[in-house]
Design a protein around this ligand. Structure first.
Ligand SMILES: *Cc1c(COP(=O)(O)O)cnc(C)c1O
Length: 369
């Protein structure tokens, strides 16, 4: 394996945190965060960015800001983590899980249409593994049924499709900066939007409604303890400056690993969709071996981390707190049982990737469950 692009400017992280630290304690905490938000708006091409404490908070604040409330139904893919659905429940709304197409990983729009009712208010597409569905199709579906679009783009910073960045398809785009995402800051998140009223609601709700929208009074309603900590904002800002180089490195890591796995038995790389410029969040392979989920779990035990093997990702509609008596989503189960989504970090160098490739190749050849 030839060299990867080097880790970009690691010293900038320390410098940024030290500079922010010099201004602490600052009960208003606004300067560092505001500069980060300005930079986010420019980087992602949306008018407003509001930094929050996590990706889950980003979704909660965004759904609240677009008006989702008690009794509303919200469509979202079963192909996701529980954090996509939790804010829906916390707002008193009802998550309605939609299947995904095993060929494209995009939403199964026939299933989505069948699940629309007069209560359906919003749809939350989730760009899992950084893969983004067709934005034109999503917008057309939302327009046809009068739904708001709030994207869970937690894993998709840097992905675009048909020229539209993840997080810029609908009313609000939600991101996480938890460690493990490409743009990380320990903990944190942010919401992107273009509507000033949505932005004002986001700023109010993230901090106990202390800074109300124009015309409102402070703390006339409840909000969240959802601000982004100053040091996380400083880290996230430094990482935003590194983002193009981090994306280039992730692309190279994924390409190297998939190249090295080309001869491996029973493993077929998944390719991005038409006009999709994928951030390469996780190298994705279809496992054409018997008992594929057990194979992913076996790999995790042998030192190759993955979504299903390490984190036991299952269709969200099968989690005990979300089971509704509806039929489970078969396409989603098929995708999750058969997809090896390898977990990478920016620090994974040639040696780590070589070890992953060697382990996967050896274990696939020997796999006789
Ligand atoms: C990480 C993640 C979240 C939640 O983000 P947190 O910052 O951990 O709250 C939500 N959705 C997806 C798809 C994620 O990957």
């Amino acid at each position: 394996m030839t060299g990867l692009p080097p880790l970009p400017a690691p010293a900038s992280l320390g410098d940024s945190v030290l500079a922010a630290l010099a201004g602490l304690p600052d009960p208003t905490g606004t300067d560092v965060t505001e500069r980060f938000e300005d930079a986010l708006g420019r980087a992602f091409g949306r008018r407003y960015a509001v930094a929050v404490s996590s990706g889950t908070t980003a979704l909660h604040a965004a759904l609240s800001a677009v008006g989702v409330g008690p009794g509303d139904e919200v469509l979202l893919p079963a192909l996701t983590v529980i954090m996509s659905a939790q804010p829906v429940v916390q707002l008193g709304a009802i998550p309605v899980f939609v299947d995904s197409d095993p060929e494209t990983l995009d939403l199964d729009y026939a299933d989505a249409a069948a699940k629309v009712t007069f209560r359906t208010r919003a749809i939350v597409p989730v760009h899992l593994w950084g893969r983004m569905g067709d934005p034109a199709r999503l917008r057309a579906f939302a327009a046809e049924h009068g739904l708001l679009v709030v994207e869970d783009a937690a894993q998709a910073a840097g992905t675009t499709r048909a020229g539209i960045p993840a997080g810029a398809v609908g009313a609000a785009g939600c991101f996480s900066t938890k460690d493990g995402k490409i743009l990380w800051s320990g903990e944190g998140g942010f919401v992107l939007c273009d509507d000033p009223d949505v932005a004002a609601h986001l700023r109010a709700v993230r901090g106990h409604w202390l800074t109300p929208p124009p015309g409102g009074r402070p703390q006339e309603r409840l909000g969240l303890a959802g601000r982004m900590p100053v040091l996380s904002a400083a880290l996230a800002h430094a990482n935003l400056a590194r983002l193009p180089a981090l994306l280039e490195r992730r692309r190279a890591q994924t390409a190297r690993l998939l190249d090295a796995l080309a001869p491996a038995r029973g493993l077929v790389p998944l390719r991005p969709g038409p006009e999709e410029s994928w951030n390469h969040y996780a190298p994705l392979l279809r496992i054409d071996l018997p008992h594929p989920r057990a194979f992913a779990e076996h790999l995790a035990a042998t030192g190759v981390p993955s979504s299903t093997g390490s984190f036991r990702l299952v269709p969200c509609d099968t989690r005990p707190m979300f089971t509704t008596g509806r039929a489970p989503c078969p396409g989603t189960a098929r995708i999750l049982d058969r997809t090896l989504a390898i977990v990478l970090t920016e620090r994974d160098d040639e040696h780590v990737l070589e070890r992953y490739a060697a382990t996967i190749t050896r274990e696939a050849a020997a796999w006789r469950p």
